[in-house]
Design a protein around this ligand. Sequence first.
Ligand code: BGC
Length: 738
Amino acid sequence: MKKLSLITFILLMAMNLFSQTTQTQVKDLVSKMTLEEKVGQMTQVTFDVIGKPENENDGFPVDMKKLETAILTYHVGSILNTPYNKAQTVETWNKIISTVQDVSKKTRLQIPVLYGIDAIHGTTYTRGGTLFPQAINMGATFNPELSRAAGAVTAREMKASGMTWNFYPVLDIGRQPLWSRFWETYGEDVHVAAVHGTAYIDGHQGSDYSKPDKAPTCMKHYTGYGFPLNGKDRTPAWIGEKTLREIYLPSFEAAIKAGSPTIMINSGEIDGIPGHANYHLLTEILRDELKFEGIAVSDWEDIVRLYARDKVAASPEEAVKMAVMAGVDMSMVPYNFSFYDILLKLAKNGDVPMSRIDEAVSRILKVKIESGLLRDPYPQKQLISQFANKEATELNLAAARESIVLAKNENQVLPLKKDAKILVTGPTANLLQVLNGGWTVTWQGDDEPLYPQEKQTVLEAVQAASKGTVTYVEGTTFNQSVNIQEAVTKAALNDVILLCLGEKAYCETPGNIENLTLDQAQLDLASALLATGKPVILVLLEGRPRVITPIAEKAQAVVVAMRPGMEGAVALADILFGNYNPDAKLPFSYPRNTNGFSTYDYKPLEVYDGNVVNPLYPFGHGLSYTTFELSGLTLGKKEIKPGEGLEVSVTVKNTGTRAGKESVLIYLNDQAAQVSRPVKQLKAFKKVALAPGESQVVKFKLTDADFSYIGLKNHRIVEPGKFTVFSGTLKDEFTLLP
Ligand code: BGC
């Protein structure tokens, strides 16, 4: 014990010393910097600003003159994005980053550039990188170890390429199924988002993100971005402060505690206040309350938009002043140096105080130092041998397998017999983009020819796994019939129909839709095939839950595969043929109707006086090829004192004939409170692997934080009273004493 506390003491001292040296280094640098150099550090430009036009690219996309202008004349502190909006080879990236940092070495103080990239489900913009299931799938695994491991691989592959800063994880909450970035979230539950987000940060950064294979993360998009009222990207959200604090802040709060040193701001607006002008959120809450000390970076062009779009600023000058004074430290300008010119003028005139500039620059320098950039700003080429290696691909496949939800399996139509005669049809059957979605190789992720052709589509993976015959008919594109009749004719010659529907890849505003119902052409294909009487296995590769109720009710099986990543088709085939026993659960409520967007944590009045909540598949739903039984929900005590916490245990038994994994979910309901409380809220979960007949007691510890909520005065409070604990159909009560 003594030994342990001595080690802890030495460690704490070392950490303290380290942060003191960082602080001294920051102070020293800031004291030597000119105003121009400081304003430059706060400026971030996109690659286009330093790049050659695509048709003039002679093998190396950087324009040296432009690069020198950016770094030597404008002193820019950060660059983002990829040339020509396309993934580049590791070698090209190594050359780009080395060239950029060589120029940064020519600056007076030799401050390296912080190069940022959206490596959102892996190294998006490095060719051949390991591209994991998207966040909505990671949420479905209920296995945060997979997010931790994916974070570690992503950081390593980014650092092998040469980039330092990852604009990830997305900590928005997916409670608006129309939103075109729904799939970028871990789903509708704030606890799931916090658990996966912090695990990812831990894997990506480790305990020291200056290590060669580690890198800083950027939480985004702070906050409330994910809940636009009309479902369209970058449109108004109306979120009261209580709900904001209850649902949209905790994932960021957890990520700040987990040590993410940077945060990107919400591109939209809440209650008429654009994210980038919101002093209350950016300073009073983020800094004063949550004690965040890192960089607040704007999203794309969003400072300009305070004037150009939102008209909350009367001029570009006012927009810059407003954002910087609200708390934005770095502007993703990104196409020019306007922010630099304007901020310089504002600072010279005293319209933005030097203290604010110094504060922002200090935060930026601190992250640069803590990232190890001042020691070594160059690509970590020694990691290239591990780039997309066998272990990373196996991890990716494991994650994909755990992320695909079996939502319906009537008469055990699945798993398929290996020698079954299968008709594969539908617009998502033979494309790689539908497995991956946006931020894959390109921003929209829909440039199919650029995908690594050695990876398998669903059709190819089914062909590879099948010992029978596989016939393919396209049927429809996403929204137009191609040869529905041919699909119907071929169906008669087969045992089973694998109907692959869903959405093309998309992201942000281009992914906006007018209607959540699946496109008519696809519904027509489904109806025609269902009418043949052959069993239909409906596979959904989609970024949000498109409404499919009539066809889902008639299909024998429904597999909600969402965006399972580059190994997703292999994982899906493993599940279809029974080589893997599915164990994912929906991290969102799959709507039955376009007016039925309730989340699982709905309020009592949503089911009162004739109101109903009736999703097609509820949050937490997911079938297996075996069966599990929960029993013996046990509470450590029936009465607990504040601060004491509550032990909860549940026995889970595999009552079927196959080995499998089951996630045990623990929910809580506060029986009476100052404000209306959800009927239940997820507080803990654990996934366990069980052989047939095996059982395990799964233990949890709930704390005061789990019993707390945002009260009438918009602060988090813990009140004495009765609570109900639920797991599956089991429930029990306890009292929290005063
Ligand atoms: C997105 C961000 C992204 C940024 C940089 C924006 O359009 O909203 O999520 O990090 O672009 O690419």
